[in-house]
Ligand binder design. Structure first.
Ligand SMILES: [Ca+2]
Ligand SMILES: [Ca+2]
Length: 374
């Protein structure tokens, strides 16, 4: 009898894990939000000048061993940093709001402008961060920093380098990559490449492939279309640092419409057991920063679907899309089927339910959700 039970348990466990290797072949995937919490990213009441509060607008997440590396997309006072780590323990179900203690003060992180995504190579030995690449000035180097691709190997960040780094007027950046990106984004109006775009996602794949996810493409930051566009290049790990192939290629484009609303890519993460990408898309609606509607969704894009240019699978809750009622911006895996999602609520006074009570998010706090795929 005991043996039979053991066999049944083994069979059930086997079914569950094989489902996850087969995630890429699934025709439907369900997910559930298992937790939503707040995190104190900065001391309460911290300001960026004499008037304005520092908002913890988190934009990227990366699993590094027992920690999660997180970035915000706004500059901070120099006593803290826009980049910090939290222990995995902060993601365990808890009714207390945990407080960040470990800011990454290693240059250039305290000064980097608008990190939008992190990624790591499949054997977890090389890490990348990208900024938004959404602005540049011809005449001055002031905005060059928004065009930065960083790479490092050491977990203490002591070897961070700019990939394709150049310098002007004392500002180091990867601004030459703007041209590589722009060339892959022609529109009817701009056949040589749209002048405005925004990078929001980055993922390193086996074979030294590096995929950038483009969220917005158009004429300017006020006139653009939402998108889910993937650009690919490769890198080499040379003696003198990480070298990137400057010829980027558009490999995928999709219009992620959910319930009639257009959404746009906000992050990508690689699911190695099934050779698939997990993407998040999000949307915002309304002009009032304090009350606008934010929502995000998860998608499974197997390599086969990507290569064939097929639609990704929208993760569902029953027969409805699984909707996370926050603007999910950064993804990482807690385990094979559990995804940590850090959210950027901008300046919205978002509500979350903690321990049965509704709490309003403060400027120094951010929201994270945890989704389990099944
Ligand atoms: Ca992002
Ligand atoms: Ca923001």
């Amino acid at each position: 009898m005991k043996n039979l039970l053991f066999v049944i348990i083994l069979f059930l466990v086997g079914c569950k894990s094989s489902q996850f290797t087969n995630l890429g072949k699934a025709t439907s995937v369900e997910g559930r939000i298992v937790q939503t919490s707040l995190l104190n990213c900065y001391p309460e009441g911290m300001k960026i000048d004499s008037v304005n509060y520092l908002y913890a607008e988190t934009s990227a997440a990366l699993r590094m061993g027992d920690e999660i590396l997180i970035a915000i997309d706004k500059p901070t006072p120099n006593t803290v940093s826009p980049v910090f780590t939290i222990p995995l323990g902060f993601t365990k179900k808890s009714t207390t709001i945990n407080t960040v203690e470990n800011y990454v003060m290693t240059p250039p992180f305290p000064q980097v402008l608008k990190i939008e995504a992190f990624t790591k190579n499949p054997n977890d030995s090389l890490y990348f961060a990208t900024t938004s690449f959404d602005r540049i000035r011809g005449s001055s180097a002031d905005w060059d920093g928004y065009n930065s691709l960083l790479a490092w190997r050491k977990k203490d960040f002591s070897d961070v380098q700019y990939v394709a780094g150049t310098e002007r007027n004392g500002v180091t950046s990867s601004r030459d990559l703007r041209i590589s990106i722009q060339k892959t984004l022609p529109t009817t109006q701009f056949p040589q490449g749209a002048p405005y775009f925004k990078i929001e996602a980055l993922v390193a794949l086996p074979g030294n492939r590096l995929i950038f996810g483009v969220r917005e493409v158009g004429e300017s930051y006020q006139k653009f279309d939402y998108t889910f566009t993937l650009l690919e290049t490769t890198y080499t790990d040379a003696q003198n640092g990480i070298q990137i192939n400057p010829t980027f290629k558009k490999i995928y484009e999709y219009k992620p419409v959910v319930n009639g609303n257009m959404t746009a890519i906000s992050d990508l993460v690689y699911h190695a057991p099934s050779n698939s990408l997990i993407a998040s898309t999000s949307r915002e609606e309304g002009t009032d920063e304090k009350t606008k509607t934010l929502a995000s969704y998860l998608w499974i894009l197997s390599m086969n679907r990507l290569e064939r240019g097929e639609a990704p699978l929208l993760v569902k809750n029953g027969d409805q899309p699984l909707e996370i009622p926050y603007k999910g911006e950064g993804l990482c895996f807690l385990d094979e089927r559990t995804i940590f999602i850090i959210c950027d609520e901008d300046r919205k006074d978002s509500n979350i339910v903690l321990d049965g009570k509704t709490v309003i998010k403060k400027p120094n706090q951010t929201v994270f959700s945890i989704v389990q795929l099944r």
